[in-house]
Design a protein around this ligand. Structure first.
Ligand SMILES: Nc1ncnc2c1ncn2[C@@H]1O[C@H](COP(=O)(O)OP(=O)(O)OP(=O)(O)O)[C@@H](O)[C@H]1O
Ligand SMILES: [Mg+2]
Length: 243
C-alpha cells in the first residue's frame, strides 16, 4: 500500500480553481520533488496534505487512512512540514522551538523532550546553537532548526515547501546537505524545490505541476533528458539555466 495517495484532489479559493484533479502516490522512502511556476498550486498542494487547508473534492490517504477522518494533531505529527520562512517562534531558543511539539503534542515530560530535541539539533549540526534565539541564527541555521523540529516528531513523511528559497546562496548548501542526508537515510520526503541538483541526485520522482495540474511525473532523468511535453522541457530548461 502507498504511504500517501492523492485522488482527484480539487481546491478552489473563492472562484479561483487552484488544483484541478491532482492525483499521485508515494511509497515509504520515496523522495518526491515538485516543480512548477509561481502560482501553479505547489504550496496549496502541500497544505492540503496536512490539512492546513481543506480540499473541495477528491481524497487524500495516509497509509490507507483518509486524512479527513484523522485528528489534525495526529495528522500533523505523522506528516511534518518545513516552511520557506522557517516559522520559528522568535521568543523561544532553538531547543525551545524543537521541544514545543514534543511537550505539547507528544506529551513528553520536559526533561525527555529536551534530550530528544538536543539529539535532533545535533543531527542537523546545531548542538552548539541550542540556546540561541532565531534572531541570533543565520537563515541556514534557522532552517536546520525547522528540520530538527520536524524530525523530532518522528514523522512518516516530511513536506518541504521551498526550504532554501529564502536563503542567501552561500547558505543553501548546508540545508541541502541535511536534506540529502535524510534522503540517504530513507526519510520519505515530498519537496517543493527548484534546486535541480538536489532533484537529480536525490529524487526518486519528479513532478511538473502547471496551473494546478500534473503535466508530467516520472524519474528525474526522464523529465530532464527525455520529457514527454515541450512545456516540461521549457520549464526545466529555464530552471537549470537559472541555477
Ligand atoms: N489562502 C489563500 N487565499 C486565496 N488565494 C490563495 C490562497 N493561497 C493561495 N492562493 C492562490 O492560489 C494560487 C496558487 O497558490 P500557491 O501558493 O499554491 O502557488 P505556488 O505554486 O506555491 O506559488 P509560489 O511558487 O509563488 O510559491 C495562487 O493564485 C494564489 O494566489
Ligand atoms: Mg509556494
Amino acid at each position: 500500500m502507498s504511504l500517501l495517495r492523492l485522488e482527484d484532489v480539487e481546491k478552489s479559493y473563492g472562484k479561483e480553481e487552484v488544483l484541478h484533479g491532482v492525483g499521485f502516490e508515494m511509497d515509504t522512502r520515496d523522495v518526491d520533488v515538485i516543480v512548477g511556476p509561481s502560482g501553479s498550486g505547489k504550496s496549496t498542494l502541500l497544505r492540503c496534505i496536512n490539512r492546513l487547508t481543506e480540499i473541495d473534492g477528491g481524497s487524500i490517504f495516509l497509509d490507507g487512512e483518509d486524512v479527513h477522518a484523522m485528528d489534525e494533531n495526529d495528522l500533523r505529527r505523522r506528516v511534518g512540514m518545513v516552511f520557506q520562512d522557517f516559522n520559528l517562534f522568535a521568543h523561544r531558543t532553538a531547543v525551545g522551538n524543537v521541544t514545543l511539539g514534543l511537550t505539547e503534542v507528544l506529551d513528553l515530560p520536559s526533561g525527555e523532550a529536551h534530550d530528544r530535541a538536543m539529539e535532533f539539533l545535533d543531527r542537523v549540526g546545531l548542538a552548539e546553537q541550542a540556546d540561541s534565539y532565531p534572531a541570533e541564527l543565520s537563515g541556514g541555521q534557522k532552517q536546520r532548526v525547522g528540520i530538527a523540529r520536524s524530525l523530532a516528531m518522528d514523522p512518516e513523511l516530511i513536506l518541504f515547501d521551498e526550504p532554501t528559497s529564502a536563503l542567501d546562496p552561500e547558505l543553501i548548501g548546508e540545508v541541502l546537505g541535511v536534506m540529502n542526508d535524510l534522503a540517504d537515510e530513507g526519510m520519505t520526503m515530498l519537496c517543493v524545490t527548484h534546486e535541480m541538483g538536489f532533484a537529480r541526485s536525490a529524487a526518486t520522482t519528479l513532478t511538473f505541476l502547471d496551473d494546478g495540474r500534473i503535466v508530467e511525473r516520472g524519474p528525474p532523468e526522464q523529465l530532464f533528458d527525455d520529457p514527454e511535453h515541450d512545456r516540461t522541457r521549457e520549464f526545466l530548461g529555464d530552471l537549470t539555466e537559472i541555477h
